[in-house]
Structures are given as structure tokens and as C-alpha cells.
Write a protein that binds this ligand. Structure first.
Ligand code: ATP
Length: 651
């Protein structure tokens, strides 16, 4: 395993796959926020992204804890300083809960709660970050992978590339970039293997993690932040992932990654390490010998390193408060704050800021900039909506259609209700005695009910896909409206087709009356409403369990008020409002009028004409179909709002 290349040694990085920064300083016209700038270092040969040095000083980050009046600001990070430099791979280490993810989130502008205290400052090339600038310059690899299990790494990267580069860029150029990334991340062996999931085995965890890194590298960010990219991996895969990060760093990117217990070989791949403990820095400096020497000199009473221990394990173990108690633990942070190393780091940061092309100063008034804490807001996409829809269709829908487990449940699930309706009510539709009138009303009721329940099976998939949606949306791959359109058209294209033969079969076998077109359209619109409801509940519900309960309960409640089980006149006055907004009432009402308007005098119970008995005598069936379609429009708007506004991710 190669762990040799030092960032200190001057070198001309290879331009492997175009992910490399030119060593000559060049003028860049894109600082990511639209303003021209001159980088302190170089620009990427491929995309012109300027190198970025991230300097963070005296970061104190607090969240509000406790209830209402008793709530107080609790610091999660205190006076943490350091930097992430181009061409360097920086490790963030520390016991669980020490604040590594919090710091990475802050640097990436992904915090949605809490505040940065007075005096905290984060600078990218000397400049206060804005949302647009962070989005352009920072790649963030989350702890959990959010990949599409049906695609291969090569397809996953191409799919992301299609959505992250202008649609006018030729496909072969995008493919070349993908091929270069595959080579850079050493994914050649699994490039065409299906990614898979926990249920269907695919590529390994380490390969999946490198694909996740690749997704953020598609647009060639200048800074790459990774939150525990090696968690859950064996030491071989850990090493492979960190090696890939090290290669990216050597190409000119500033890379920081949190990591737990790296093996000595893997730890040696890092250039620098920031060790946190209880939200405070206990060491920031070079890895390896320098790190162990610092602890040996500062704390001579510490136990010596055991022969089988790596430096990383040793430092984390000796500084871990589980052995020391809180007071002794803070002594490490106090000692570091008073150390020569800390002073020299401060001087280095001053020098980096002084050499930076922008001089926003350390004015603390703006260091709490909302943009820094709230990157997750509305954002644009690089490609137009129709391109997003086309790419989603090309990579996701087509792949779904090719799988029997996707198509068969959708195509065959209406078969059982259709079979039951056709065999139980065979030829009943033109029979006109009182009992049969009620049975026919029941057939129509069951027809709408089956359509309403049929789409509920979608919800688990929608919730499973939610993490992918949230990540891709945050990455600006598409808007919630495009995603909604994609999901609806994916489902409609199947349901429009399969409902035709089923509607014809039931209509003729049961010998129903009226318009076959309306009978089919009611089924289509009811399925559409149920589909968008599944998307709405999937977007709103915090988890599978809540979603799995909410939609069936809501749909069942509609059955009471659709006009069949209790006629309109018998609904208690305080429930009438619910009947008015029960979309199934309009579906069933339209079907009833369709069935009985040819002969309005057919009697129901008590000899009352059937449409009068069910309070439908003044109903226009097409108008009621239109009302149901309006419910579809309203639920679609609600689903769009939920997808846009509900985050499910508080950081
Ligand atoms: N929004 C928040 N509100 C309250 N506490 C929070 C919030 N975010 C993080 N914390 C707390 O801050 C501490 C640091 O969390 P963080 O996730 O940064 O730790 P970490 O070092 O990354 O841990 P691990 O290695 O286990 O991922 C934890 O005790 C966590 O519970």
C-alpha cells in the first residue's frame, strides 16, 4: 500500500483524468459567486475552479438545549481553529460526539440549527462564504451512501454528470469525465456491476463510498469534505478510500475527512490532523512522528505507546475522557491552546489569510451570516426542468421498467379486485330489482376503493428513496417539481395502460351501463389521486411506520363519507364538511350517475328512485369527474410544497 507522497515536497500533480490543478497561478473569472477573482494558487485545468484554502478560526458553535424558558445555549464546539489547504489531506479525529461532523457541517454551510458565536470566522481564500459560493466550491460526502441500487457505478456517475453539467455539453465529454473519475477512484473493476442494496448484493461498501466521493467530484469542487467515509469498512477498504482521497488532494483539491481509528498505514496517508475532544481542539498539526512527539513532550506522564498500537489509536485512547474524567480531559485542550504549536498554527493562519486574494477581515459582525448556516434553502439547477425529467426517465424509469419486481406488482395488483368483481357480480349490471341496485352501487364503490388502495404500495419505495431525493435536491440535480413530475409520469405511464383492459373487462362482464370512457377515466383519476397522496404522505411522514398508518387511515375514513355506506341525508351535520372534501365521493357519485342516468326511475329501498335515494339526482357526472381531477391538482400542489419545504434533516 502506497502511503508515501508528501504534500510538503514540491511536485507537479499529474493531470489524471482532468481532475488536477495547474501549479502556475492563473487568473480565474469564477470564484463561484459570480465575482471575478484571482486565486492564491492555481485553477483546475478542466473547469477553471480556483483552488481554495479554508481557514476557520475560533469557531464556537452553540445549539439551544432544554425547553422554552429553561433553554440555554450549549456550545458543541469551542474556539476551534485550523485550516484545510489545497493538495493536502486533513483528518478530523476524536472520540464519538467530539464535534467532527458538526465542524464539517459548518464548513460546508449545512447547519440548519444553532448559531456561530461572536468571534467565529470561516474564510475561503480569505472570503466569507455565501451559499452560492459554497455550493460551487464544496463537495460534501455524507456518512451514509445515497446511491441508486439499480445503476452501476459508471451509470450513477454519468446520471449525476448529466444533471450537474449543462445539457448542451456533449454526452461523450461527460462520459470521458466519468471514465476519468472511475480511473482516479480505482473503480474500474466494478464500474459495470450493479450497485445493489442491503437486499440485493452489489458492489462492496468501500466501492460504494468511492462512488459517493465520485458524485461530489463530478463538478470538480475545490474543497472536498467527507464525513466518516470509512465507517463500517474493513481496513483494506478503508485504506482504498483514503488513498483515493489522498490522490484527489494531490490533484490540488483541499480535502478534509473525519475518520475513526485508522490503521497506521491509512493514518500515514493524511498530511495533517485536527483532534477534537468535547468540542475543543487538542491538537492540530502534522500526522505521524510530529503528532506522537507533541504528546510525548507535552505530557511526559502519559503512558507510552504500546508496540502494537498505531499513533492514531494511541492518541485517541490517551486523550479520551473515558479514562481521564472531564477536568483532566480539558487539560489537553488547555495545554494545546497554550502551546508553541498552537501559536505557530495561528501565525500560519494569519499568513494564509494575508496571502489570500480576498480580505474580508475578521469582522465578527458578519460571521454569523445566515448563508453560512442555511445552505439547504431554495436553489436553482444547472439543467432545465425538461432535461432533468428526461435524465430521470432515461436512467431511473427505464431501469425500473426492465425489472419484473417493479412492473409485475403494478400490472397485476388490480387483477385480484377485477377477478372478484367480475366473478361475483357477473352480468348483474342490467338487473333492476332493489337488491341488485344496491349490489351495483357496491360494485362501483369497490371499483373506486380498489383504485384508492392500489397505489399505497408505492409509499415504502418513496420513503426509501427519500434520502436520495434529499441529497440530489441539495446538490441541485433537479427541483422538487421535476421530481414530482417524474414520479407521477412514471406511475401514470403504467396505470394508464393497465387500467384499460381491466376497465373493459369489468364493464362488460358485469354488464354495466353508461359510458365506458367515464368508467375508465374515474379509475384513472382515482389512481392518480391515490398516487399523489402516497407521494404527499411519503414527503410528510417522519418514517415508514407513520406513513404506513396515515394513508390507509385517511383512505378508510373517506369510505364512510363517499355516499354509499351512509347516504348524504343521513350524514350527521357536523360531518358534512368532510363528505364535501372526500374525493372518493365524487368518483363514486360520477359512476352512479353514469350507471343509472339512463333510467332514473329504477327504485332503490322504499321505492325511491335510485339517484334520489343516494342524493345524486342533480349531479352531472362529468362535472364530478372534474371535481375529482381538481382534488388531484390540489394534492399535487400539496405534495410539491411538502417536497420543497419538509426537510426531515435537522443538523
Ligand atoms: N443540532 C444539535 N442539537 C443538539 N446537539 C447536537 C446537535 N448536533 C450535534 N449535537 C451534539 O453535538 C455533539 C457532537 O456531535 P457530532 O455529530 O459533531 O460528533 P462526532 O464527533 O461527529 O461524533 P461521531 O464520531 O459519533 O459521528 C454530540 O454530542 C451531539 O449529540
Amino acid at each position: 500500500m502506497d502511503s508515501s507522497t508528501s504534500p510538503k515536497s514540491p511536485q507537479t500533480p499529474k493531470t489524471t483524468g482532468g481532475y488536477s490543478f495547474d501549479v502556475e497561478a492563473q487568473e480565474s473569472s469564477d470564484a463561484g459567486d459570480g465575482s471575478p477573482s484571482v486565486s492564491s494558487g492555481a485553477v483546475c485545468q478542466r473547469c477553471g475552479t480556483a483552488r481554495q484554502t479554508v481557514v476557520f478560526r475560533q469557531i464556537t458553535y452553540e445549539v439551544r438545549q432544554g425547553r422554552r424558558r429553561a433553554a440555554r445555549w450549549q456550545p458543541l464546539l469551542r474556539d476551534v481553529s485550523g485550516y484545510v489547504a489545497p493538495q493536502e489531506l486533513t483528518a478530523l479525529m476524536g472520540p464519538s460526539g467530539s464535534g467532527k461532523s458538526t465542524l464539517l457541517d459548518l464548513l460546508a454551510g449545512r447547519k440548519t440549527a444553532g448559531r456561530l458565536a461572536e468571534g467565529s470566522s470561516i474564510r475561503f481564500n480569505g472570503r466569507r462564504p455565501t451559499s452560492a459560493m459554497l455550493r460551487r466550491n464544496v463537495g460534501y460526502v455524507e456518512q451514509t451512501d445515497t446511491l441508486l441500487p439499480l445503476l452501476t457505478p459508471s451509470e450513477m456517475l454519468l446520471y449525476t454528470s448529466e444533471l450537474k453539467h449543462p445539457h448542451t455539453m456533449p454526452r461523450k465529454d461527460k462520459q470521458q469525465l466519468v471514465d476519468a473519475l472511475i480511473e482516479k477512484l480505482r473503480l474500474q473493476d466494478c464500474a459495470n456491476t450493479t450497485i445493489g442494496s442491503s437486499l440485493a448484493r452489489g458492489i462492496s461498501g468501500g466501492e460504494a463510498k468511492r462512488v459517493s466521493v465520485g458524485l461530489t467530484m463530478i463538478t470538480c469542487p475545490a474543497v472536498l469534505l467527507c464525513d466518516e467515509p470509512t465507517s463500517g469498512l474493513d481496513s483494506w477498504n478503508q485504506h482504498a478510500v483514503v488513498e483515493a482521497l489522498r490522490d484527489l488532494a494531490r490533484g490540488g483539491i483541499a480535502v478534509a475527512s473525519s475518520i475513526h481509528a485508522p490503521s497506521p498505514d491509512t493514518f500515514a496517508l493524511f498530511d495533517r490532523v485536527l483532534i477534537l475532544q468535547r468540542g475543543r481542539a487538542v491538537y492540530f498539526g502534522e500526522t505521524g512522528e510530529a503528532c506522537s512527539r507533541y504528546f510525548a513532550e507535552q505530557f511526559p506522564a502519559l503512558r507510552p505507546m504500546r508496540p502494537w498500537e498505531g499513533v492514531a489509536d494511541y492518541i485517541i485512547d490517551v486523550t479520551s475522557s473515558k479514562h481521564l474524567g472531564e477536568r483532566a480531559a480539558s487539560e489537553f485542550a488547555d495545554a494545546y491552546a497554550a502551546s508553541e504549536l498552537c501559536r505557530s498554527n495561528e501565525a500560519e493562519m494569519e499568513a494564509l489569510l494575508a496571502a489570500a486574494p480576498h480580505q474580508d477581515g475578521n469582522s465578527h459582525k458578519h460571521s454569523r451570516a445566515r448563508s453560512l448556516l442555511q445552505l439547504g434553502g431554495p436553489q436553482g439547477t444547472i439543467t432545465p426542468w425538461w432535461w432533468g425529467l428526461w435524465v430521470l426517465f432515461r436512467f431511473r424509469t427505464v431501469r425500473g421498467y426492465s425489472r419484473p419486481v417493479w412492473v409485475l406488482p403494478r400490472a397485476l395488483s388490480p387483477l385480484i379486485p377485477v377477478f372478484l368483481l367480475a366473478t361475483v357480480y357477473w352480468g348483474l349490471g342490467n338487473n333492476i330489482d332493489v337488491l341488485h341496485v344496491t349490489s351495483i352501487a357496491g360494485v362501483l364503490f369497490m371499483w373506486t376503493t380498489s383504485a384508492a388502495y392500489g397505489s399505497m404500495g408505492l409509499m415504502p419505495t418513496i420513503i426509501e428513496e427519500r434520502a436520495v431525493f434529499l441529497r440530489e435536491r441539495a446538490d441541485g440535480l433537479y427541483t422538487p417539481a421535476t421530481y414530482l413530475l417524474y414520479k407521477l409520469s412514471e406511475e401514470f405511464s403504467v396505470s394508464l395502460t393497465v387500467t384499460v383492459p381491466y376497465a373493459i373487462a369489468v364493464f362488460y362482464i358485469v354488464r354495466l351501463q353508461g359510458s365506458l370512457a367515464l368508467f375508465w377515466l374515474v379509475d384513472v383519476v382515482t389512481t392518480a389521486v391515490a398516487t399523489v397522496l402516497a407521494l404527499l404522505v411519503g414527503a410528510l411522514a417522519p418514517n415508514q411506520a407513520v406513513a404506513g398508518m396515515a394513508l390507509p387511515m385517511y383512505t378508510t375514513s373517506l369510505l364512510y363519507f363517499s355516499g354509499f355506506l351512509i347516504t348524504w341525508g343521513n350524514i350527521p351535520p357536523y360531518w358534512i364538511w368532510y363528505s364535501v372534501i372526500a374525493y372518493l365521493r365524487y368518483a363514486w357519485g360520477a359512476l352512479m350517475v353514469n350507471q343509472f342516468e339512463g333510467d332514473r326511475n329504477i327504485p332503490a329501498y322504499g321505492g325511491v328512485p335510485v339517484l334520489q335515494y343516494y342524493d345524486l339526482e342533480n349531479v352531472n357526472k362529468w362535472a364530478w369527474l372534474g371535481w375529482e381531477a381538481l382534488f388531484f391538482a390540489a394534492f399535487t400542489a400539496a405534495a410539491w410544497a411538502a417536497l420543497s419545504l419538509v426537510r426531515h434533516q435537522r443538523r
